[in-house]
Design a binder for this molecule. Sequence first.
Ligand SMILES: Nc1ncnc2c1ncn2[C@@H]1O[C@H](COP(=O)(O)OP(=O)(O)OP(=O)(O)O)[C@@H](O)[C@H]1O
Ligand SMILES: [Mg+2]
Length: 255
Amino acid sequence: MTKQTTNIISDDAAIRITNLNKWYGDFHVLKDVNLTVKQGERIVIAGPSGSGKSTLIRCINRLEVHQKGEIFVDGIELTSDVKNISKIRSEVGMCFQSFNLFPHLTILENCTLAPMSVRGLSQTEAEEIAMHFLEKVRISDQAMKHPGQLSGGQQQRVAIARALCMKPRAMLFDEPTSALDPETIKEVLDTMITLAEDGMTMVCVTHEMGFARQVADRVIFMDKGTIVEENTPDEFFDNPQHERTQLFLSQIFGH
Ligand SMILES: Nc1ncnc2c1ncn2[C@@H]1O[C@H](COP(=O)(O)OP(=O)(O)OP(=O)(O)O)[C@@H](O)[C@H]1O
Ligand SMILES: [Mg+2]
């Protein structure tokens, strides 16, 4: 058996990724990715389909395993040490395109499950926290319903509230609005804007460039498994440096 050593460092960064490499079989999906996310920083990751955005974000809470390089979350290195994985997963909330709510549980129960089972809160404590965050995403009146009785946008807001109930130190989003109707996209983006205004550290994969411009401190552009360009939103959109970025933006904005 190989000995597992885990590095814990003193770090002011929320997430620190150095020389990250990942392969799916022979396919080199992430190539020497370096990214540091400061506490309270809002990062938007953009890029064409298949560039590795989801893979990168999934590596941050070990839904995908990387083969080379280092990922530190709040100073704790992500290795195969199960203790650290569960610690990091409870500190980093994740919100996907599909909401992944438990259909047989009420909205309230969906939100209290992990705080009770992972954080060890009493039902009363967990419900109090759940109602606080359901109010925050403006959906507390639906607490006793089941997910199937809610619209897509409402379910996504519940998914965000559910993640917040764990009091995460950072939130990862992977195209949270791309499965939604145009009318409901705004309500989810508004929820994310509120979260950003509250100072949450956020890493968001999104095609919502209006959101990126309004909220992001930095936009990261990925292509073919590498970070091609990163900049402030204004520079990124108004003065893209890399040819690949220019092409991507011209396709997105249709000119
Ligand atoms: N489990 C897997 N096994 C093998 N290849 C995979 C796997 N998951 C993703 N890939 C491949 O890795 C590459 C990056 O995929 P990824 O899902 O990270 O891209 P993405 O940038 O999120 O794309 P999209 O914008 O379409 O969501 C793609 O070529 C994809 O086909
Ligand atoms: Mg993706």
